[in-house]
Design a protein around this ligand. Structure first.
Ligand code: ADP
Ligand code: K
Ligand code: ZN
Length: 433
């Protein structure tokens, strides 16, 4: 029933004591990094002052901006020779966000992943196909280590090429899959085009879906199409990646592993804690990371703690689905995009005029990012080849920046509607039904 009964069902008061002990250790460790050392010395903060977990509210927040400004090594709490891996978001205009791990961190993450998968019902008898990009993204290796720790037969399939994915499933009798929800509609269409029915022609029984927002209805549809149970997986690279919060077989919210993360829900305006059970921004502190502890990290994700206890017997709190963000980031095909990244690319192209608009749309079951860009006045002289070259160039530049390929449409100056107030840069027309 449990991967680690003693941790997963720990009484709340004991869990609280464990958190305090680990929080103190984390603060001591964090002070070894240039960033926290300077900050905490300036504010007179030390680990001994923490008498209870709630005292964390006296510590300052950490933001993505802080991570960027102290790139690359400003948050490192250990000598470089102890570090064995990094994961990072890409991007060529701003500094990427990078997270470093030592052996302990990688092992602890693998264990949390195994615990998460086990909690959703994955067992060592499963053949697990990880349909996810490997490399600097955390979903590839993060899942890989967890599947192996659990003992499944792992298929490190990587992303894309649906025909090959289907062949792998059939050749090896895949029973479990991890993928982003927006990809699964597309995969189903390929099954159909091949005259196959995943319910009859595969051994699939369990899906893990995450990395982007989706609804209960979307889950339901995926379960019906493939004849499986689908479980929600939540994570962010700053907190390792996947393995932060996961649904158990009750499908009643995502257990967030509180022996590894201290969570707060705050009002993003006042920065004060919200009353129990209300929606707000998730703030997280690592409790079991050595190379790069993060304290009171503002995730910008809007969610809430579901009140009450779970029927599965796990005592760790349950997060509700993420309902939005307290910044302007959006996610297409699992890739996080900030409008400023697109703007940064466009500003460097001399032919481009002053306005642009990003529209997110689901076309033939696939999420697309359409970027309309005004060219400069009098630039277009009727030369279609020239237009085509520019559009290709911008497409590649944006792809390199945000790691997902946009559809670029060059338009005449003045054709993008102006709004009266703050410029509208993103229109999200995807229906999350
Ligand atoms: P990952 O590769 O795990 O998605 P990233 O750091 O690239 O990690 O992205 C993290 C962000 O993705 C989160 O802050 C959140 O906005 C979004 N996200 C991840 N998992 C989910 C999920 N299950 N539901 C909704 N949003 C999610
Ligand atoms: K994501
Ligand atoms: Zn549960």
């Amino acid at each position: 029933m449990y991967w680690e009964r003693e941790f997963e069902t720990l009484e709340r008061n004991k869990l609280r004591s464990l958190q305090l002990e680990r929080l103190k250790r984390t603060v001591k460790q964090a002070i070894q990094s240039p960033f926290y050392k300077e900050l905490y010395q300036r504010k007179g903060i030390s680990a001994d002052r923490l008498r209870h977990v709630e005292a964390i509210r006296e510590l300052p927040f950490t933001t993505k901006q802080d991570l960027r400004e102290h790139f690359p090594y400003g948050f490192l709490s250990l000598p470089k020779r102890d570090i064995i891996r990094l994961h990072s978001s890409s991007g060529t205009t701003g500094n990427p966000t990078v997270i470093f791990h030592n052996r302990h961190d990688i092992s602890s993450w693998a264990n949390l992943m195994a615990r998460s998968l086990y909690c959703a019902g994955v067992r060592d008898t499963d053949v697990f196909q990880n349909i996810c990009g490997y490399g600097l993204f955390t979903g590839g290796l993060g899942f890989q280590y967890g599947i192996e720790r659990l003992g499944c037969l792992s298929i490190p399939a990587g992303a894309g090429n649906s025909l090959r994915q289907i062949k792998l499933m059939q050749d090896y009798g895949t029973t479990a899959i991890h993928a982003i929800p927006s990809y699964l509609g597309r995969l189903y269409e390929v099954f159909q085009a091949e005259g196959l029915d995943p319910r009859k022609d595969t051994d699939l029984r369990l899906f893990v879906i995450g990395a982007e927002p989706h609804t209960e209805e979307q889950r339901q549809r995926i379960e019906d199409m493939f004849g499986v149970k689908a479980y929600n997986s939540f994570g962010l690279s700053e907190m390792n990646g996947p393995g932060v919060a996961f649904e158990c077989t009750e499908q009643a919210g995502l257990h967030i592993w509180e022996d590894a993360f201290l969570i707060e829900i705050i009002d993003p305006e006042t920065l004060e804690p919200v009353p129990d059970g209300e929606f707000g921004e998730l703030v997280m502190t690592t409790l079991d990371r050595e190379a790069m502890p993060l304290i009171r990290y503002r995730t910008r994700d809007i969610t809430r703690i579901i009140p009450g206890v779970c029927a599965c017997g796990r005592t760790h709190a349950r997060l509700d689905r993420i309902t939005g963000r307290s910044d302007d980031m959006f996610i297409v095909k699992g890739c996080n995009v900030f409008p400023m990244q697109i703007e940064g690319v466009l500003l460097k192209v001399p032919e481009v005029g002053s306005d642009y608009l990003i529209t997110l749309e689901r076309i033939n079951g696939v999420d697309e990012m359409i970027v309309e860009v005004e060219v400069k006045k009098d630039w277009f002289n009727g030369d279609i080849a020239r237009l085509d070259r520019l559009s290709k160039f911008i497409t590649h530049q944006i792809r390199d920046e945000v790691l997902t390929k946009p559809i670029v449409r060059l338009v005449e100056p003045g054709s993008i509607p102006k709004s009266a107030g703050k410029a509208v840069r993103v229109l999200d027309k995807r229906v999350f039904d």
